[in-house]
Design a binder for this molecule. Structure first.
Ligand code: GUN
Length: 281
């Protein structure tokens, strides 16, 4: 079998165009504040992309570039100000923060109504309970890719590799919400290959090149690669040995062009949702 490609780039472009139309129909232009602290090169690229996505979707972007020696108090003061601003519907603090800053109080300081990553405990609790206000962008983007291809997790064995708060845990919950039977694997799972071989839907979010090889994939499985690694040649790659796994899978996401663009589109979708919630308040 040769897998069909789940084209995140194309679906993201379609979603962004719909978001642009919906945003233009609101009484007030939606606004997203993006905060980058320090000079992490990858984060700078991510933030630049977010600024462009806002422009594409007709969303006002308020981007803040804070120096690497910004104090916790300065960052919390800025978040507090943005929480109170009428023209800001959503707030995103780009992670990772510099080592001297504490992530947890920063994420908890963002108003749950403006929490575009859904990292606030209130929003994480809602996801756990099955009534999400905002969904975390990467897992939500994966679900959109599955829906678009007509892949229903109900009754399927879904294996998620990775248990981060950003991807693995919420990914498992969204699949469970749609009636998948979910297994979460992680660095202490002794039989990763055996677990993966049981997957009808396999999602890998670890960050290690060639972690998922063809002998770990069941014939006809759907394979979703969330990771974004650089190989020895400096080329972008995921966790999955793409060429070999594509021969066994029924569907597969490429890296780049799979989950990445969907994550970006879901940030725009969350910002639109936040603006609508405030308009209807
Ligand atoms: N850094 C890497 N991924 C993410 C994400 O989804 N949200 C934020 N805020 N920072 C990130």
């Amino acid at each position: 079998m040769s897998a069909q490609i789940l084209d995140g780039k194309a679906l993201a472009a379609k979603m962004k165009e719909n978001i642009r139309l919906e945003a233009a129909a609101l009484r007030r232009q939606p606004g997203l504040a993006v905060i980058l602290v320090g000079d992490n090169g990858a984060s700078q690229v991510y933030v630049r992309n977010k600024v462009k996505d806002c422009s594409d979707c007709g969303i006002a972007c308020f981007d803040y570039y804070l120096s690497a020696d910004t104090t916790q108090e300065q960052l919390l003061t800025l978040i507090d100000e943005l929480n109170g601003r009428e023209d800001v519907d959503g707030i995103l603090v780009q992670l990772p923060l510099p080592a001297h800053l504490e992530e947890r109080p920063v994420l908890e300081a963002i108003s749950p109504m403006k929490d575009m990553d859904a990292f606030h405990p209130e929003n994480m609790g809602r996801i756990l309970r099955g009534d999400a206000r905002f969904k975390p962008c990467t897992p939500a983007g994966v679900m959109e890719l599955l829906h678009e291809a007509g892949i229903d997790p109900a009754g399927k064995h879904c294996v998620v590799v990775g248990r981060s708060n950003i991807v693995g845990k919420p990914m498992a919950l969204l699949l469970l919400q749609e009636n998948g039977t979910v297994t979460v694997c992680h660095s202490r799972t002794p039989d990763l290959k055996e677990q993966c071989l049981r997957a009808d839907i396999l999602v890998s979010a670890v960050g290690r090149e060639n972690l998922i090889t063809a002998d770990m994939v069941k014939d006809g499985a759907v394979v979703i690669d969330v990771a974004m690694n650089r190989n020895a040649a400096g080329k972008l790659c995921g966790d999955v040995d793409y060429a070999a796994v594509a021969e066994k899978a029924s569907y597969i996401t490429p890296v780049p062009g799979g989950v990445g663009p969907m994550t970006r589109a879901m940030l725009m979708a969350n910002t639109l949702t936040a603006a609508k919630l405030r308009e209807n308040r």
